[in-house]
Design a protein around this ligand. Structure first.
Ligand code: DHB
Length: 390
């Protein structure tokens, strides 16, 4: 016990010392990008890294007289590993910013490192509402599940969906999605008749979908993390839920642009709410999608890529604003309140919550030129994370 306290104190001292050294460094500005690059969530790492590299290719690697260096590390989506890597990056590499964070538990495990070392931590992917409350040094450019779950709970009852079963992945973002969808649907006169939760690791959706089928709801509302949607959609069709007249609705994570095209026609007509679609109709997005696909062997960018791209912009602009001087606190202050047009539409970083405020779109999967896309047909403007007011 005592030994542990001594070690913890030593680590804390090293972290704090490291934070002061940021200034004394040479002309480098280091960004430690920690992502799942292997394992079941590797697509998130691939998308975020590709977008970060694209941003740097388009905007150069010299900012305010500093040479920007991106240090990419694979945490294999293991929280202890993410935390250890972050500690090494702060103490040994003296990174100026920590970034990435592909899953909620990885961001939460690392939050104390950001606090102790006064290093801004930019969450580019993870989306549980409470993450930004885990450290005053956390800023987010992705989204939150409460932010996107409410809109589909408003849309559903107006479109004949009153009786719903929820089916979510059993951890932070899924529990947020379940709660905010249910509350809002009930407020709108609808009903959640059963709430099912699927394990994060090695999910088998089949027994859960069988339960949904037996419940005979108008729809199943789902949240699954990026990458898991194809398996869910396949089993949804195999169990004959579509034939039984049960609709599938959800947050846009399930019809993720990274895998949407491989899902086939079972995805056609699926309505979801989310903050980004590769089909978003704006000149800024067209330019982004084209450049991303060109640089990545025709890979379509998804919402993870946009979180990474905008996160890099946030860091670049903060570096410009502070003119390359000042430590973590100055950078953090320069990140708060930023406002700009993202490929997803206009966004801003709420200075109080350090969370992203953005439009949420209702979208339907349609075929365009033989390819499946989430086509946006309604917009709810400037949505704040409703999780922050509770
Ligand atoms: C999280 C991960 C995802 O892949 C996603 O689509 C949404 C949220 C998360 O762990 O926070």
């Amino acid at each position: 016990m005592q030994k542990r306290t001594v070690i913890q104190a030593a680590v804390a001292a090293a972290l704090l010392a490291a934070s002061g050294l940021g200034l004394a460094q040479d002309n480098k500005f280091k960004i430690g990008l920690i992502l799942p690059m292997t394992g079941p969530f590797a697509s998130t790492g691939k998308q975020v890294e590709a977008a970060a590299r694209l941003y740097m290719a388009q905007n150069g690697d010299t900012v305010a007289g500093k040479k920007v260096e991106l240090i990419v590390k694979d945490d294999a989506s293991t929280p202890d590993v993410t935390k250890r890597i972050a500690q090494e990056l702060v103490v040994n590499e003296k990174v100026n910013v920590l970034a990435g964070f592909g899953l909620t538990p990885l961001a939460l495990a690392t939050a104390p490192i950001a606090t102790q070392s006064k290093t801004p931590l930019v969450v580019m992917a993870a989306a549980t509402s409470s993450i930004t409350q885990a450290s005053p040094y956390i800023v987010r450019t992705s989204f939150t599940l409460p932010q996107v779950s409410v809109a589909i709970a408003d849309w559903a009852p107006k479109n004949g969906i009153k009786k719903v079963v929820t089916l979510v992945t059993d951890y932070g973002p899924g529990i947020d999605a379940e709660k905010y969808f249910k509350e809002r649907l009930q407020f709108n006169g609808g009903q959640v008749v059963e709430s099912l939760r699927v394990p994060l690791r090695n999910p088998d959706f089949a027994p859960f979908l069988q339960k949904v089928r037996d419940d005979k709801p108008d729809a199943v509302f789902t949240f699954v993390p990026s990458g898991a949607g194809a398996a869910l959609m396949k089993q949804f069709a195999e169990r004959g839920l579509d034939k039984a007249g049960i609709k599938l609705i959800g947050t846009g994570d399930v019809t993720d642009d990274d895998i949407l095209n491989s899902m086939g026609d079972v995805a056609l007509g699926v309505v979801t709410s989310h903050h980004y679609s590769a089909a978003h109709n704006s000149p800024a997005n067209k330019k982004f999608v084209e450049a991303f696909m060109k640089a990545n062997n025709n890979l379509r960018p998804n919402f993870m890529a946009v979180g990474g791209y905008d996160g890099m912009r946030l860091i670049y602009e903060a570096l410009k604003k502070t003119r390359g001087a000042g430590g973590g606190d100055a950078l953090l202050a320069a990140m708060k309140g930023q406002i700009f047009e993202s490929p997803r539409g206009p966004i801003y970083i709420d200075a109080q919550t350090r969370d992203v405020v953005q439009n949420v779109y209702i979208r339907k999967v349609e075929k365009k030129d033989g390819q499946l896309y989430n086509v946006e047909f309604d917009t709810i403007k400037d949505v704040k994370d409703p999780g922050k007011s509770k």
